[in-house]
Design a binder for this molecule. Structure first.
Ligand code: TYM
Length: 333
């Protein structure tokens, strides 16, 4: 039996990109043999300043959303990162294993810091080390993520390899990304070359998992497209990123291949396609939003789920990180 680990930042509301790229895979993986550990990464969230009250609220909101998507605390461990100190302790060790050059190559750091590299937090720079610690603190070997996290997972493997080499052990295993091919990268509704993101300044660029039917309908109607009709093959979508994105979303949400979708809509304009897409999205997303609001009505129950999750998570991570501390030469606590 293997262990699965994944995380999501509790900043803003999860988007359709988070859901199609990662969360629905988390829910499916719970049905399998492997242990599942899912984490609200509040320590990663503060690499950019977060209003403290908003962070608390958004952490609960993300917990509620994960439960609403189908994460079952009886089958999976669900907790917030800061509640298990093993993450921070292992991250420090990894800060001392990872090399500056490795981190400088991270495209997400370069994107997020932009021209502002002198001004961003040092936490943002070492973000991938904490992410490696999240995974390796559980000896997890399978990590379900969207495409954008792949480089971070490669780095987590490099860190594990260097740790094992430096200390002459085979302690941290290799990890394998689990990426859903069809929806690894859901793009913005306003610009088909940018990923859909909870931090995009424009709310029109994304479907939030708590959007109402009216909002979803309006966002899909206004989603950027082009004037040509839908083609009958995928090849003709290569130069049409917005159309390709919408076809991909349609396919994923209705359980078809993009090819099947195009077979159905070939030659038609975007009008009928968009209204069926909105309908399918509403049927899928609206109940999740409603269940999220129900979970949020009982914060005491929600907090209890997270506390229980943290306790279960610590029971796994504590001995692993204590052993890593022993291996590097720290005296026992
Ligand atoms: P975060 O919070 O940005 O996103 C959570 C998950 O959603 C996926 N995702 C997408 N997939 C497809 N299309 C999109 N437009 C899209 N946007 C987001 C992400 O790939 C991710 O799987 N660094 C991570 C959180 C993290 C983590 C970890 C993940 C911290 N520690 C350990 C795995 C293992 C992040 O910021 O995810």
């Amino acid at each position: 039996m293997a262990r699965i680990f994944s995380g999501i930042q509790p900043t803003g509301i999860a988007t359709l990109g988070n859901y199609l790229g990662a969360l629905r895979n988390w829910v499916a993986l719970q049905e399998g043999e492997d242990d599942c550990v899912f984490c609200l990464v509040d320590m990663h969230a503060i690499t950019n300043f977060q209003d403290p009250a908003a962070l608390r609220e958004q952490t609960r909101q993300m917990a509620a959303l994960l439960l609403a998507c189908g994460i079952d605390p009886a089958r999976s461990i669900l907790f917030h990162q800061s509640a298990v100190s093993a993450h921070a302790r292992l991250a420090w060790i990894f800060n001392c294993v990872a090399r500056m050059g490795w981190l400088k190559r991270m495209t997400q750091f370069k994107d997020k810091a932009g021209k502002n590299q002198e001004e961003v937090s040092t936490g943002l720079f070492v973000y991938p080390n904490l992410m490696a610690a999240d995974i390796h603190a559980y000896h997890a070997t399978k990590v379900p993520v969207g495409d954008d996290q792949l480089q971070h997972l490669e780095l987590a493997n490099d860190i594990a390899e260097k740790f094992n080499h430096d200390y002459g052990v085979t302690f941290f295993p290799r990890i394998e990304p689990l990426i859903l091919k069809e929806s690894a990268r859901v793009m913005s509704l306003r610009d088909g070359t940018r990923k859909m993101s909870k931090s995009d300044p424009s709310d029109q660029s994304r479907i939030n998992m708590t959007d109402t039917a009216d909002m979803i309908d309006q966002k899909i109607r206004k989603a950027k497209t082009d004037t040509a009709p839908l083609p009958d093959n995928l090849h003709d979508l290569v130069e049409r990123p917005e159309a390709r994105n919408l076809v991909g979303i349609f396919a994923t949400i209705t359980g078809q291949t993009p090819h099947q979708v195009l077979n159905h809509f070939a030659g038609s304009g975007f009008g009928p396609f968009k209204s069926q897409l909105a309908e399918a999205l509403i049927a899928h997303v609206e109940p999740i939003g409603a269940r999220t609001r129900e979970y949020l009505d009982d914060t005491a129950a929600l907090d209890q789920i997270l506390r229980d999750g943290a306790q279960a998570a610590a029971a796994i991570a504590e001995p692993i990180v204590a052993e890593a501390e022993r291996l590097v030469g720290f005296l026992p606590r």
